[in-house]
Design a protein around this ligand. Structure first.
Ligand code: 5GP
Length: 189
């Protein structure tokens, strides 16, 4: 996706430890026009699947997920990172955060993710795949069917993409980064 790659080259900042900062257009300030193009590209990749729901995780997955949900006219469920006191029929699991270096609990109501659901998961980044594995676990607990996972940016030098693909999960990443260095961002061909 050329538009996205050009924006990453223009506004992305590469940090030590393999972190790419994109808070100018994805993670803090958001560009809805780019986000719409991201939604259109996800439609191109997932639109022919018999899904009835999009699943994502707060916070940065919500924007691309809602664009896809809007375009496909499907509901979007976001998995929560705080433990809500009032959630009915709660499903939970633990996820390790790469950027924050700590474990946290993620949860979703079994009222909104059920064995009748056929879902695609959307998130901003795929790094080591911990968030995605947490989602995989919640989908399994609910009995829903997972048709694929879509990421705006995949950092291919981390192991998440390989792990998920080896599990037989269809992974679609709109920008695939091979290497991040001092002021250097290299994409996979
Ligand atoms: P994973 O669970 O795949 O290791 O990491 C995925 C989550 O960590 C993403 O949802 C994202 O919020 C965050 N993350 C991982 N790597 C980066 C990065 O390089 N930049 C930013 N901004 N977030 C990242």
């Amino acid at each position: 996706m050329k538009l996205l790659k050009n924006r990453i080259l223009k506004d992305g900042k590469s940090y030590e430890g393999g972190i790419l900062k994109v808070d100018n257009f994805i993670n803090h300030q958001m560009d809805p026009i780019l986000m719409k193009s991201i939604g259109v590209e996800f439609v191109r990749r997932f639109g022919n699947l018999p899904i009835n729901k999009i699943i994502t995780i707060e916070a940065s997955g919500i924007a691309p997920a809602i664009m896809l949900g809007y375009l496909l006219e499907l509901p979007v469920v976001f998995v929560k990172k705080a433990i809500p006191k009032t959630m009915d029929n709660m499903l939970s699991t633990t996820v390790y955060s790469f950027t924050k270096d700590r474990n946290y609990t993620v949860s979703v109501s079994g009222d909104f993710l059920t064995s009748d659901d056929k879902v695609v998961f959307i998130d901003d980044f795929l790094a080591n795949g911990n968030a995605a594995m947490g989602i995989y676990e919640l989908v399994k607990q609910s009995g829903a069917e997972l048709y694929g996972m879509g990421f705006i940016i995949e950092k291919c030098f981390q192991e998440g993409g390989r792990k998920l693909r080896e599990m037989g999960i269809r992974v679609e990443s709109l920008a695939r980064i091979k290497e991040l260095g001092d002021n250097k961002i290299l994409f996979e061909e």
